[in-house]
Design a protein around this ligand. Sequence first.
Ligand code: KIV
Ligand code: ZN
Length: 507
Amino acid sequence: MEQRQPFFYDITLRDGNQSLKKPWNTNEKEIIFNHLTELGIQGVEVGFAAASDMDYEACCRLAEISPDNIVISALARCVENDIRKAADSIKKAKKQRIHTFIAMSPFNMRYVLDKTPQEVRKQAIEAVGFAKSLMGKTGEVQFSVEHFGDCHENIDFVIDTLKDVVKAGASIVNLPNTVERTRPKKFIELVERVYNELPKDIIISVHNHNDLGMATATTVESYFSGAVQLECALNGLGERAGNTNLYEVAVVLHNSGVDVPLNLSKIYELALTISDMSNVKIYEKAPLIGPDALAHRSGIHQDGAVKTKDMEKGAYRPIHPSLIGRKDDEKLGFTSQSGKTAIYEIILEAGYPITLQEAQRIAPYAKEIAEKIGELSTKNIIDIYYKQVFNVQGVFKICNIEKIKDGNINLHFMYRDKEYDITVSGNGPVDACIKAIQKAGFNCELLHYEQQALNEELMGSGATAMSIMHFKAPNGQSIISRGRDESTVKANIKAIFNGLNIIESMK
Ligand code: KIV
Ligand code: ZN
């Protein structure tokens, strides 16, 4: 099958609008219409002109301001008055279309319309003929088989009617899954039947509602089965569980190598705007646009996400967030399922110094708390970091250090319940302190030592010095410890005692 470029036909302003608790007025519709124009939409159903004066007025206004390259369509039942109103409301648009519809499922014809199939067929053909007479040569007529998804039993009747409807002047045949009841494949089989039986210059369109959550799948697979016009709504707005979500369809087609004629980078911001304007919240887990759509909480996922963060394809995401203009990027949340990568990234992101080794050491403490309270906030993690990096509690406790005469230093500390009071001479306080600890009989082998200035704003008032030390642990591993204080000497001593307590906790 020849693959044609998809034609995105937006129904936010009609099907979406009719499902809102407070439908939009003309001004609001105009704002959304302008966003759709920036998105690069090909067709917009601007309203149901006969539904209310407000909707009629909005249709007129949007037709008036519409760019020449966008098809402007108004909905009408297969009723003369609706069709006249629709035609009248869009007369200022360059590309005009009347969209008329009638139900053809056996159930609806019998119980809702209370008409025989032959009556429905006659009404459809006459309505399309009338609409075409108003549209003339340049305008178009779209015909929809409402409840097409429920037309398995009478698909031959539907196809025969569609052939006549096309002869009467419809050039777009829309196949709605008005209520999604079964599997996508069942609907697509019907789409294929219509596609195979209608003339090839007729545009096949699909319009899928999302009652069972498969509208995106149904729409995408319908495209690959012959449908060219895809009726979608921003944020998936629409009756009940909504219409097909435009963003999802656009991204799936893009990921499938289809040339999607939309500015995808507008999606994220547009989604937030539509949520504000419709008062319909974007749910946490909404694909692509939900607050959680790019969040990783399991340690394995966090590791993969960080390793592939800057790549176009990510280990645990369907797209690079920038494709849809999303800047908040992949977010790591720390729960009992998370690991060192999240600690490392969250602390670095908050502007504090940390190594992966430290993150690994801190992670179990964070997990223990997360087991009790659930996901930790950045503030929770920073508190844990402070405690476990700069104030490591353990069996070693420093009591005092002072310079005494002849350049000697006295170190007073405790190990478990025992007090030590040791005087040594050393090459500066770090050397002296380590010698004192060794003299007391403890292992304390310094491998590396450096001092760094601190970002005062982040680390709290007065703390301007940070010492970083590497000690040799009994297992031969080098461990990192830090100390911070306004005095350089105190920062050093704190780093030594933090280091001793870290090593002790490894035993
Ligand atoms: O869901 C539907 O069947 C419709 C038609 C009016 C196209 O919205
Ligand atoms: Zn609909």
